[in-house]
Design a protein around this ligand. Structure first.
Ligand code: ADP
Ligand code: MG
Length: 245
């Protein structure tokens, strides 16, 4: 599905990632770990096409298509989704309208697709809100505006479930959550995984991995992918840190 060959990424002429090689197949779960500032967010942001990063790669493709030639919205239409580490607050943009626009935008190239109206979208979203223990009043609020840290992460999961992509990039979606919110988010992600989709999750913690069993764990250090292994690698990192890598 996703194929990265010698991917290097820089921002403001600072080299951040170097020579990353990574293959993600259908229904595979990959976990990326690494010290703060090692380049994990840079990896997922550049896959989604964030304009602040310059990418140089022998190959950066998804389902055979060269991602470098595609705008972020075109990547989203192909079925790539990013749950951001720090979801942005956008005052003035109503959450329900945002979800409706995102859903319609992702499907607009399907010939038989008719754009959904917001009131219909609301019906579709209500059960998802309930599962996430979010009050329906959230739909009337501005996107992420004044949401708590946990509510922002739940809002990302709501988008994941609504857009139902083929590859989900989840950047520390488990950070800053209390135990109940972690369980709700974990169950949300595991539902997605059970529908045989692919996931690349950036995390610092073993506990989210109780909800999704990674097939591969990768360690990024100083902008390089230095080690790959199975789920046991995540347990070892949690116990022993990164110094031995
Ligand atoms: N726009 C930018 N300009 C310069 N440096 C940046 C920019 N964005 C990120 N960086 C730097 O790149 C490094 C990796 O950042 P990031 O990918 O956010 O790390 P991580 O997610 O692993 O904590 C950090 O040193 C960060 O300061
Ligand atoms: Mg990060």
């Amino acid at each position: 599905m996703l194929s990265l060959k010698n991917l290097s990424v820089s921002a403001d002429s600072k080299q951040i990632l170097q020579d990353i090689n990574l293959e993600i197949g259908p229904s595979e779960i990959h976990c990326v770990m690494g010290p703060n500032g090692s380049g994990k967010s840079t990896l997922v942001n550049s896959l989604m096409g964030h304009p602040k990063y310059s990418v140089d790669a022998e190959q950066m493709s998804f389902q055979g298509k060269d991602l470098q030639e595609l705008e972020p919205f075109e990547r989203a239409r192909l079925g790539i989704f990013l749950a951001q580490q720090y979801p942005k607050e956008i005052p003035g943009v109503n959450f329900l309208n945002f979800l409706t626009a995102a859903f319609n935008g992702c499907h607009s190239e399907i010939e038989s697709f008719k754009p959904m109206k917001a009131f219909k979208m609301k019906k579709k979203i209500m059960p998802l809100l309930e599962d996430l223990n979010l009050n329906p009043d959230f739909l009337k609020r501005y996107l992420n505006h004044g949401f708590s840290g946990g509510e922002k992460k739940k809002a990302e999961i709501l988008q994941l479930q609504l857009l139902d992509p083929n590859l989900a990039l989840l950047d520390e979606t488990d950070s800053g959550l209390d135990v109940d919110a972690l369980r709700i988010v974990g169950e949300g992600v595991s539902k997605f995984v059970n529908s045989e989709k692919s996931v690349l999750i950036v995390t610092h913690y073993q506990r989210i991995l109780e909800y999704l069993k990674p097939d591969f764990v990768h360690i990024i250090k100083d902008g390089r992918l230095v080690k790959s292994g199975g789920a046991d690698l995540a347990r070892k990192i949690e116990k022993e840190g990164f110094n031995w890598v």
